[in-house]
Design a protein around this ligand. Structure first.
Ligand code: GDP
Length: 318
């Protein structure tokens, strides 16, 4: 297999037919920023746009991965094909083995209606902001109805995740002082659905009340989506069907209001920006052996030009 060159078109066809290995292979190609990246991206495009991308975010330990697994179960029970992309924006290491080790996900390992993949930034320039949208397209093209994007690690990645998703779920847990922290971290603005997990623990109701008072304070135009606040026990699955149902309702809302297109447009703009910036950085990286920078630096030192003009000249001639 390894000795034979595999065509991208062939891989995409096989992924669309539901072959898990082809899906994994395509995600590796985008994650490794391989030379086939552009070809992969182009081949995927006609088959994308159908999956509902749902981001899960919240502080470490709040129950994101347990909730993701419980949601997979609930969505599978509805017969939906599900993808899971666990992203770790803080880790420079390969995430390949990460989820494989996570026992909670193992119950889904043999289900061919579920694709599970983890991804780390691997220290690439542009990192996840470039690779994650492509990985989501692979899962989308592979026929996933819903793709859950979960953050792992300890980064402040809330905003990054919401930037990838159509719908953002914010998870909290009682007794973590989350209400106030949430307001600080700005996650109240990005949450479409709030989930107070660990509702089997004391303080869940008061966390919900506290959250409700903050969420309802936010000004919203008429007809705007009002983020629900749900209680769950992810470990037992209690309340998780309601979360799945709110996810579906939010999707309907996004479609009927045109908000889905607006969000996707904004997201695609950011993606193009990230790609363009990456490309500019790459070109800069190739400048190290170039004498232009030396010449410009000398000109700045003699006072012939100022550093802004020098930078403009460099960018214009990249
Ligand atoms: P993550 O770091 O946000 O992904 O959190 P995890 O899903 O790894 O969960 C952290 C810990 O909380 C684990 O020990 C879980 O078993 C536990 N946990 C998750 N959900 C619940 C819950 O609803 N109730 C209780 N009591 N524990 C939970």
């Amino acid at each position: 297999m390894a000795s034979r060159a595999v065509s991208v078109a062939d891989l995409v066809e096989r992924a669309r037919a539901g072959e898990a290995r082809a899906v994994a292979r395509l995600i590796s190609l985008v994650e490794d920023q391989s030379s086939k990246l552009r070809e992969v991206s182009a081949a995927l495009m006609p088959h994308t746009g159908k999956a509902h991308i749902v981001g899960l975010t919240g502080a470490p330990g709040v129950g994101k991965s347990t909730s993701t697994s419980a949601l997979v179960k609930a969505l599978r029970a509805q017969g939906r094909r599900v993808g899971v992309l666990a992203v770790d924006p803080t880790s420079p290491f390969s995430g390949g083995a990460l989820l494989g080790d996570r026992i909670r996900m193992q119950e889904h390992a043999t289900d061919d209606g579920v694709y599970i993949r983890s991804m780390a930034s691997r220290g690439h320039l542009g990192g996840l902001s470039v690779a994650a949208p492509q990985a989501l397209r692979v899962l989308d093209a592979a026929g996933c109805d819903v793709v859950l994007v979960e953050t792992v690690g300890v980064g402040q990645s809330e905003v990054e995740i919401s930037g990838l998703a159509d719908t953002t779920l914010v998870l909290l847990a009682p007794g973590m002082g989350d209400g106030i922290q949430a307001a600080k971290a700005g996650i109240l603005e990005i949450g479409d659905i709030f989930v107070v997990n660990k509702a089997d623990r004391e303080g869940a109701q008061s966390t919900r009340r506290e959250l409700r008072s903050v969420v309802t304070m936010t000004d919203r135009p008429d007809g705007a989506w009002k983020p629900p606040i749900l209680l769950t026990v992810a470990t037992s699955g209690e309340g998780v069907d309601e979360v799945a149902s709110e996810i579906a309702q939010h999707h309907d809302h996004l479609v009927t209001t045109g908000e889905l297109d607006r969000r996707r447009l904004a997201r695609t703009r950011r993606e193009i920006e990230a790609l363009a910036l990456t490309s500019v950085r790459d070109r800069f990286a190739h400048l190290s052996g170039d004498t232009r920078l030396d010449t410009l630096a000398a000109d700045v030192l003699t006072g012939a030009i100022d550093p802004y003009a020098a930078a403009d000249s460099l960018v214009e001639n990249l």
